[in-house]
Design a protein around this ligand. Structure first.
Ligand code: SF4
Ligand code: SF4
Ligand code: SF4
Length: 267
């Protein structure tokens, strides 16, 4: 099993081939979805319940130089995840692999996690009768068996380096030190919101916000949410717990009905 894992995504190496996107779909058996041409290379345009990672395409001109940047986006697997801190039923866990994993068995569908995430990552199965939240799992299943995440294994250029967070930060700082003419000197994700397991290097002259990565403070978000949540009346916590119970009961009944139907069908 891998521990304290991290990605170091080097945007200067990404060629936008989207092998990582396809590998994620294949490994996680995510169905294809209808998409449309948005006038750029980015396809599909947004993350969804069926697309847990995508290549964000940005094209811009600066000082008469044309920049074409491809940024692999998905869950950042925050060291102190805001999604976990706001979830009233504890559906998110930061595991020792480094992955932030979601437990659909306890989720009550309140979607606080979607609002709290500073990177706007969790998505929802809007079209299902009993929907769940969906996001990149950091291939927790593969990591626990000692196999690298599917997207990192598929990348043909080495743009997605995988290792411990300490190794990835060390590698990034060596690259920055030895190639000041190539890189923006900032390692994104090292300190933002208390640090993330996914870190990025960008080309020199390109700001992370121009790539769609938000400018965030170093303070972990759960310290803010905790300050706010401690003023939430205890009745709301009780109502949340009751909602969780009824939601669980409904799901259980539906599952039972489905099983009975299948049994009758088989007989
Ligand atoms: S990026 Fe968002 S969904 Fe992922 S761990 Fe951080 S807060 Fe949670
Ligand atoms: S780590 Fe796994 S789940 Fe996450 S984007 Fe890569 S292949 Fe998909
Ligand atoms: S597989 Fe590697 S080079 Fe291809 S789009 Fe993904 S990160 Fe970029």
């Amino acid at each position: 099993m891998f521990k304290n894992s991290s990605f170091l995504i080097d945007i200067t190496k990404c060629i936008g081939c989207r092998s990582c996107q396809v590998a994620c779909k294949r490994w996680n058996q995510l169905e294809a979805e209808k998409t449309h041409n948005t006038g750029g290379h980015q396809n599909p345009p947004l993350l969804s319940a069926h697309t847990w990672t995508l290549i964000r395409f940005k094209e811009f001109e600066k000082k008469e130089k044309l920049h074409w940047c491809f940024t692999k986006v998905g869950c950042m697997h925050c060291e102190q995840p805001a999604c976990a801190s706001v979830c009233p039923v504890g559906a998110f866990t930061k595991t020792e692999t480094g992955a932030v994993v979601y437990n659909d068995k306890v989720c009550i569908g309140c979607r606080y996690c979607m609002i709290a995430c500073p990177f706007r990552i969790p998505t929802y199965e809007w079209k299902k009768a009993f929907p769940f939240v969906k996001k990149c799992t950091f291939c927790f299943d593969r990591q626990t068996e000692g196999t690298r995440p599917a997207c990192a294994s598929a990348c043909p250029t080495g743009a997605i380096a995988f290792g411990t967070r300490t190794e990835m930060a060390k590698k990034a700082h060596e690259l920055l030190k030895n190639n000041p003419e190539k890189y923006n000197p900032h390692l994104y994700g090292e300190k933002e919101v208390g640090g993330t397991a996914v870190m990025y290097l960008a080309p020199k002259g390109v700001e992370f916000k121009e790539l769609g990565l938000p400018e965030l403070a170093e303070r972990p978000l759960p310290t803010w949410t905790w300050n706010a949540l401690r003023f939430v009346p205890s009745q709301i916590v009780v109502v949340s717990a009751a909602m969780a119970f009824f939601y669980w009961l409904t799901k259980r009944k539906t599952k039972k009905k489905d099983v009975n139907k299948e049994v009758r069908h088989d007989a």
